[in-house]
Design a protein around this ligand. Sequence first.
Ligand code: ADP
Ligand code: MG
Length: 410
Amino acid sequence: MKLDISALRYLTSEDWRVLQAVEQGSKNHELVPTPLIQQIAGLRGGSGVHKCISALAKVGLIAKVKNAKCRLAEFQRCRAQILITCFSSDDGYRLTYGGLDYLALNTHRKASAIYSLGNQIGVGKESDIYITASPDGRQLVLKLHRLGRISFRTVKANRDYLRKRSTGSWMYLSRLAAQKEHAFMRILYREGFPVPEPVAWSRHTVVMEFIDSFPLRMIESIPDPGKLYGELMDMVVELAKRGLIHGDFNEFNILIKEKTVNGKIRLEPIMIDFPQTVSTNHANAQMYFDRDVACVKRYFERRFKYTSDEPGPFLADALKDADPGRRLDVEVEASGFSKKMAKELEQYVEVVGGDQTESDDASVLGHGDAVDEDDEDDEDVQEEKGTEHSERETGDEDAPRISQVDDPDL
Ligand code: ADP
Ligand code: MG
């Protein structure tokens, strides 16, 4: 899904309130009836709200949904007061991924995390990566998690799990992935692990330091593969000593940065992509640890014809040296990413797998064969024709100033 921010500057402060109201209403409703939107937005005068709804629907930030199939679910969930609104209204709306993108961007803009948006630099299996810049011109990366867009055809097991989920629940999982990623990166960065500096997190997005690098996957040859191999294995062991296993440690998620030290070029590995990270207390910790190790081993053998003489590393050895008082898994949980959230995300990851499940003929930009199966075009979703933005008054001093630029150097 392309991130098109052209409508951003035309949204009025009322539009933002209505968009936020649809988001809030979506937490308990698959479709949010107009009276409920009005109630949450707290805007007086029905026609104003209708105008905003039309404007937002026109640019695809919310979508009108034929509500018949949702009625029963709403009936079961609604409290009495809301029930009346559900039944007295014919139309309902849901937030689209575009709407969620806008809300997140607006939050980042207000927090001065992002000032401008540049080119897309990565298409992960389930994320989009953009270059952005902070108000002081620092290059950053915006990662938008897009769980659920993977092609069902590429998923071997449990297709039903994927099919039966609604857009709202994909958004929820995408939020969880972003929250988890940010929580882990924050702690890992603070502890001196080689990860990009996390800058901000909102909804399904994370803003982080841009690493001027290439994924290991794109590197043809290296002068001393044994050295890099050793460093990568040390990273796996150091993580485990602090109670963590990356869970998707592979050539796509290891970025290689070139650094010049005393006139010599040094290759510095940086790890990214943490939604699959697990605790060493996890029931399958052994399997995840061994898989991370095996992935790097296999890749070095295949690509660099390098095989280490040393066996391992082994999880049991790493745990022997671990200091129970310095466990980062415990700290992440305490930071708000609960066991329950971890479980929900894990269920999804178990079905879909990580980057290592992807095809070998990956493209340069991305590396998966993901098909955008976003259901924005579902038959039960209708675009509502509303007023053109160009005809509307904007006059919102709080309007976002994010501009889209094509220059990769911003
Ligand atoms: P996914 O979860 O979809 O696999 P990743 O976080 O692995 O997403 O990112 C996908 C690609 O985007 C990476 O392989 C890398 O090329 C690029 N990328 C991600 N984060 C950064 C970053 N902080 N700096 C530079 N490039 C990045
Ligand atoms: Mg990745």
